[in-house]
Design a protein around this ligand. Structure first.
Ligand code: RRO
Length: 314
């Protein structure tokens, strides 16, 4: 271990594990906020991150929703991107090599309308480069069919989609929603179906209306709210799931913008965190959070960042 700078404590061990996956650092990009490839590489040394989590992919290309797709909100933003993507096969061929060339560890992400879609997307991931260490199974996009039927609102639908995603051969992280009061039940169902971890939380269902036009602002109508406004919701969800299922690894996401936010998520029960919306204001945010967390650990005398996991529980 490197000696610490005088007065600033010892450099903490930043490694963490999410299920069977060991990560060099507990901070990753959040799916959908850093593109499908190396978009952030001009701003951030991606090899320093725990992982780059790419935008959710389906088996086939998907065009996404009409513009406008993003809009600022108080303490955050709302989006209705609508799952635009090139499809898994084209991503592997055209986008994955560039992100791997940066030295990054990669987490893929898949979505589907039906259980079969998950199976096909997962199958298309089979045999991926070993630096793709996991697949996030996105069960909680708010912009699929207007958010009318999210898999993550139902334990049975969640279990079916997680099971169907086994074909990739990668560890599965189930990305869940806090729009339901059944999130603990859903997390338990995801784990029973084979998920090694859950990612908590996706964006929250929301809408902004242009009062002049008397119409929703976003081309998709409603959207998903993210950023600091939802951070306490995310912390509460992580806390509740960790309290109910302490052995289930959690990746915390939702308004993480500082090292303290990351520490808070980990104290609630997260083994690692993701940074998303902050990136829209500053593309270096993900590394700022990592450096902020490291500095916080030094000040606090935290030797291993893993010590923080669940530390807020009595
Ligand atoms: O693409 C989107 O509109 C989107 C996705 Br897949 C998601 O999981 N969460 C979100 O807020 N937007």
């Amino acid at each position: 271990m490197r000696p610490g700078r005088p007065g600033h404590g010892t450099a903490p061990d930043l490694t963490t594990t999410v299920g069977g996956v060991t990560l060099a650092a507990p901070v990753m990009t959040a799916s959908g906020t850093a593109g499908h490839g190396d978009e952030l590489a001009a701003y951030v040394d991606l090899s320093r991150l725990g992982a780059v989590v790419v935008k959710s992919l389906s088996a086939e290309p998907w065009a996404g929703n009409p513009a406008p797709r993003v809009h600022p909100t108080p303490a955050g933003m709302i989006n209705s991107v609508g799952l635009q993507g090139p499809g898994v096969a084209a991503w592997r061929e055209r986008e994955l090599p560039a992100v791997l060339a940066t030295g990054a560890t990669v987490v893929a992400s898949i979505w589907g309308r039906h259980v079969d879609d998950y199976a096909r997307a997962a199958e298309a991931l089979r045999g991926c480069d070993p630096r793709v260490v996991a697949v996030e199974v996105n069960l909680s996009c708010p912009n699929l069919d207007g958010g009318s039927h999210l898999f993550a609102h139902d334990p049975v639908a969640t279990a079916e989609a997680v099971e169907a995603s086994a074909a990739s051969g990668l560890p599965r992280w189930a990305k869940l929603s806090a729009n339901t009061d059944r999130v603990v039940e859903v997390a338990v169902a995801a784990a029973a179906a084979g998920a090694q971890a859950v990612t908590l939380i996706n964006t929250l269902l929301g809408m902004v209306i242009d009062v002049g036009a008397r119409r929703p602002v976003l081309g998709g109508g409603g959207g998903g709210v993210s950023g600091p406004a939802i951070h306490p919701v995310a912390v509460r969800t992580v806390y509740d799931v960790h309290a109910a299922v302490p052995d289930l690894p959690i990746v915390g996401a939702g308004g993480v913008a500082t090292g303290e936010d990351a520490a808070e998520m980990m104290l609630a029960g997260a083994s690692a965190v993701q940074v998303g919306t902050a990136t829209f204001a500053d593309p270096r945010s993900v590394v700022n959070v990592l450096e902020g967390l490291e500095a916080w650990c030094r000040r606090q005398g935290v030797r291993q960042v893993r010590e923080l996991i669940g530390g807020a529980h009595g």
